[in-house]
Design a protein around this ligand. Structure first.
Ligand code: SAM
Ligand code: SF4
Length: 328
């Protein structure tokens, strides 16, 4: 079991499999993209398998595959097939923009991978294209509906962006009213590859909730697991639920159970902090398994208590990085 220096159990790994993406969401990266790393700097599939196996042996029982866009990686299913065989791994989930998942839906189902987060920041074609800078609305919409109707446990991630998509908050709840899906509204974080910097946000947790409450006064707060980052609600008459994730306000650090490994093998113990070690260099060296284990224990043994504390590790450049490199 992995326990950090503040007594928090770490059982959840967010594993980025690439920093590449076929969209250019404007809150995530500049239009020209970021300096994507060279191919040989990315963990290979055997290395991703090895890292996952080691971490599962240490007590990780939930892995979320993220990126970049995970399905940009042509060999992604090879990794997922392997993860599905790991004893001790209770939950495999994927976060995706749903542009490329279509051909893999049947196999994901067969592998028992049920939890899929789909990023969708607008239900309006023009707004979607303005935010993502790509014309993929129909594909994303069709794949989303397919995932829901095929019985996946689907959560929609909707980043609330001032001046861009606030007009879609209520419509997306209306459109999803009869679908068994959770719509999660996230506070915007300034991890956008240096596109813009901000110290406060208009659409924080409170503003989002008040906005929804005005349109749907008949809502109820739900019990959520202690380590959940979203505060969840149910609107009367809606099949699914909605949640709000205070990702910028960071009110959930006290129960954080997460560890991140980026596509280049960096170990990140807090989204807001600096990488603490690199596993790629270790597993490409000798006697790697024990060294990886030791490194993980060491990084988990010196975690910042909160995202605010972790942010102090940077002088003033914390937000130059992009979510496509960190994995969200
Ligand atoms: N490409 C996949 C996707 O978009 O779902 C997976 C990677 S993406 C980096 C993971 C999550 O991070 C997505 O839900 C995305 O919306 C979110 N994200 C990216 N940039 C963000 C930002 N600046 N603030 C808040 N969330 C962000
Ligand atoms: Fe790509 Fe996801 Fe970033 Fe959008 S949020 S650019 S889909 S990695």
């Amino acid at each position: 079991m992995l326990i950090d220096n503040h007594g928090r159990q770490i059982n959840y790994l967010r594993l980025a499999v690439t920093d590449r993406c076929n969209l250019r969401c404007n809150y995530c990266m500049p239009s020209e993209g970021i300096n994507f790393v060279q191919n040989d700097k990315l963990l290979t599939i055997p290395e991703l398998k090895q890292v996952s196996e080691i971490l599962v042996s240490q007590g990780i029982d939930k892995i979320r595959i993220t990126g970049g866009e995970p399905f940009v990686r042509k060999d992604l299913m090879v990794l997922l097939r392997h993860l599905a065989t790991l004893d001790g791994l209770k939950d495999i989930s994927v976060t995706t923009n749903a542009t490329l998942i279509g051909p893999h839906i049947n196999e994901l189902k067969a592998l028992g991978i049920k939890n899929i987060n789909v990023s969708l920041d607008s239900i309006n074609r023009e707004t979607f294209e303005r935010i993502t800078r790509r014309k993929q609305f129909d594909t994303v919409h069709d794949n989303l509906i397919r995932l829901i109707t095929e019985g996946f446990n689907v959560r929609i991630n909707f980043i609330v962006l001032e001046g861009q998509n606030e007009q879609d908050i209520i419509p997306i709840l209306d459109v999803m009213k009869h679908h068994d899906v959770s719509v999660r509204f996230l506070e915007e974080m300034p991890f956008n590859g240096g596109s813009k910097n901000f110290k406060s946000i208009a659409w924080n947790y409170k503003a989002i909730l008040e906005h929804i409450a005005r349109a749907f006064p008949d809502y109820q707060k739900l019990e959520s697991p202690k380590e959940s980052t979203s505060i969840n609600y149910k609107i009367k008459g809606h099949t699914g639920t909605f949640g709000i994730i205070p990702s910028f306000s960071r009110t959930f650090c006290g129960s954080c159970n997460r560890l991140r490994v980026t596509a280049t093998g960096d170990v990140i113990t807090c989204l807001y902090g600096k990488p603490k070690a690199n596993l790629r260099d270790i597993i490409r060296g000798e006697s790697s398994v024990e060294k990886v284990k030791e490194t993980i224990l060491k990084t988990i043994g010196s975690r910042a208590k909160t995202g605010f504390e972790a942010q102090n590790e940077h002088s003033n450049t914390v937000f130059d990085s992009s979510m496509t490199s960190i994995g969200g």
